[in-house]
Design a protein around this ligand. Structure first.
Ligand code: 5RP
Length: 238
């Protein structure tokens, strides 16, 4: 493989997803991460060349900056509570197109936008696809939590059979603080044969804001392949 071929896979998937799904006047949720950068550039190019007049709602500080830098119209959920679609990346995608998300720490806003969108379009490279969640993504399920609950929550995750780790910042002493002012714990539950059951259990624990498990939410996944082609898979939410 050439050194930049992974980036080419991401770019091909992102551009195909945008070309096939973005039309005039759409309200678009803009996800977070490195693959979404290619999608935003393509949306901006089409918006200018075809005068599409799309409105873009961000899922993070990063995607807000991306929308502004690419001179797209920045909008909010207050103005547009029902989105035409959200386009976003993923950390792992299973056979049923359930996802692990939150590698970039933006899972809460990503899930809010996805759940208020008519369609969720996922863009990713071939490394993200597996049979079961937890097969390739080994750092655990990202879970956003209220900071004061972090010690009891770590113990509760262990009782549920998980191995929790508080996500630490790289260029600052102490934990990562999310765009919502919370902590993230990454909890390794091994390979997930029933992610829905686990997600339901985790979301009933006080102090858990939300998990990076996105179950049955995907409409289509565009997955960039090693040979430069893009595999398109249809999900339950089509
Ligand atoms: C951020 C996410 C991202 O979508 C996910 O981490 C994928 O990122 P990338 O496109 O850089 O692989 O969930 O919270």
């Amino acid at each position: 493989m050439k050194p930049n071929s992974l980036e080419l896979c991401k770019k091909a998937a992102a551009e195909k997803a945008v070309e096939e799904n973005i039309t005039e006047n759409m309200v678009i949720g803009v996800g977070s991460g490195s693959t979404v950068i290619y999608a935003v550039k393509k949306i901006a190019e089409m918006d200018k060349s075809h005068n599409l007049k799309v409105k873009c709602i961000p899922t993070s500080f990063q995607s807000s900056q991306l929308i502004i830098e690419n001179e797209l119209k920045l909008a909010s959920l207050d103005q547009y509570p029902l989105l035409d679609l959200t386009i976003d990346g993923a950390d792992e995608i299973d056979e049923d197109l359930n996802l692990i998300k939150g590698g970039g720490g933006c899972l809460v806003q990503e899930k809010i936008l996805a759940s208020n969108s008519k369609a969720l379009i996922i863009i990713a490279d071939y490394r993200k696809k597996s049979e079961f969640l937890g097969e390739n993504w080994k750092t655990g399920i990202p879970i956003e939590i209220i900071p004061l609950a972090y010690v009891p929550l770590m113990k509760k995750m262990e009782k549920l059979g998980g191995k929790p780790q508080l996500r630490m910042a790289k260029a600052k002493a102490g934990p990562v603080i999310t765009d919502n002012g919370n902590f993230i714990i990454d909890v390794d539950f091994g390979i997930l044969k029933n992610p829905l059951k686990l997600n339901n259990k985790l979301n009933t624990i006080p102090g858990v804001v939300d998990t990076g498990l996105f179950i049955g939410m995907v409409s289509k996944a565009f997955i960039g392949q090693k040979d430069g082609s893009t595999l398109v898979l249809e999900g339950k939410n089509l």
